[in-house]
Design a protein. Structure first.
Length: 276
């Protein structure tokens, strides 16, 4: 009886974590991976692993973590090592990326990337640099508001503008920094709008850097489309509401990648990611 109660409690926690990931209550590739690992340690069988991976098909960091744990004879130890390595990689990205942030610079970012947040906070805290961050709202869930609140707590000046004001806003900026949900051999997969921002920034001669760990590399990926209800919960049968959550930013639009390997061209980064 006691075993059944314990199993039931574990199942409840497992299902709650998966629901939080699906509903984007858990945001950001790294946080999704951490939540997925937590769920796997509650239920460590193949069927549960498949369920975890299916919550967010556009997150190779989650997929790579769960596949690694599934093969391990000691999942808890493997998870600890994975998370320690992830933390070290984040710290390396923050230190190396902060070198690109100059005094009085205007930085544009898109969505709520924990990697970019750590980089900007490090530049402010350790390098003592004053700069302004511009962010789009990021419709329909408005992750840009989270970015603004996060950076404001770190005493960083933030200017928020509607997504469609990107061209007007970008011309005031010196650099575009964005996170990555995935790296493929030919493109960065990130929040919808990233590709458009990179095209505008390239036309204006603004450097464009993707920020992320090499564990986000994948050869193939299914790009997620989310429920149209997140955009508009309209019941009229003559109205169709779509919600493409991510887009592909061609590698030719990216000036470089800031990763644990340093600041590299896209080609150099992919070569190292494949061999790591």
């Amino acid at each position: 009886m006691i075993k059944k109660v314990i199993k039931s409690a574990g199942t409840t926690r497992f299902d709650k974590i998966l629901e939080d990931i699906k509903s984007i209550k858990v945001q950001g590739a790294e946080n999704v991976a951490k939540a997925g690992i937590k769920a796997f340690l509650l239920r460590s069988d193949k069927k549960s692993a498949k369920k975890i991976i299916e919550t967010r098909p556009t997150e190779p960091l989650l997929q790579n973590a769960i596949k690694l744990l599934l093969k391990s004879k000691s999942p808890k130890k493997e998870a600890d090592n994975f998370l320690k390595d992830l933390k070290k990689s984040h710290e390396a990205i923050a230190k190396k990326g902060a070198m690109l942030i100059k005094k009085n610079m205007n930085v544009y970012t898109h969505c709520h990337s924990s990697t970019v947040m750590d980089l900007l906070k490090y530049a402010k805290r350790k390098k003592k640099k004053d700069f302004v961050v511009y962010t789009s709202e990021v419709e329909p869930i408005l992750q840009g508001h989270l970015t603004a609140q996060d950076l404001a707590k770190a005493r960083i000046k933030v200017i928020v503008s509607p997504d469609l004001a990107a061209e007007q806003t970008l011309k005031k900026c010196d650099i575009l920094l964005f996170g990555a949900d995935a790296f493929t051999p030919s493109a960065v997969i990130n929040k919808i709008g990233t590709s458009t921002l990179c095209k505008i920034a390239k036309d204006k001669g603004i450097p464009r850097f993707a920020c992320g760990v090499s564990k986000k590399f994948t050869k193939k990926i299914k790009v997620e489309k989310r429920s149209g209800k997140e955009v508009w919960d309209e019941r009229n049968k003559m109205i169709e509401v779509t919600n493409p959550a991510f887009d592909r930013t061609n590698k030719k639009l990216v000036s470089g990648v800031i990763s644990e390997f340093g600041i590299l061209t896209y080609r150099q980064f992919i070569k190292k990611a494949k061999s790591s």
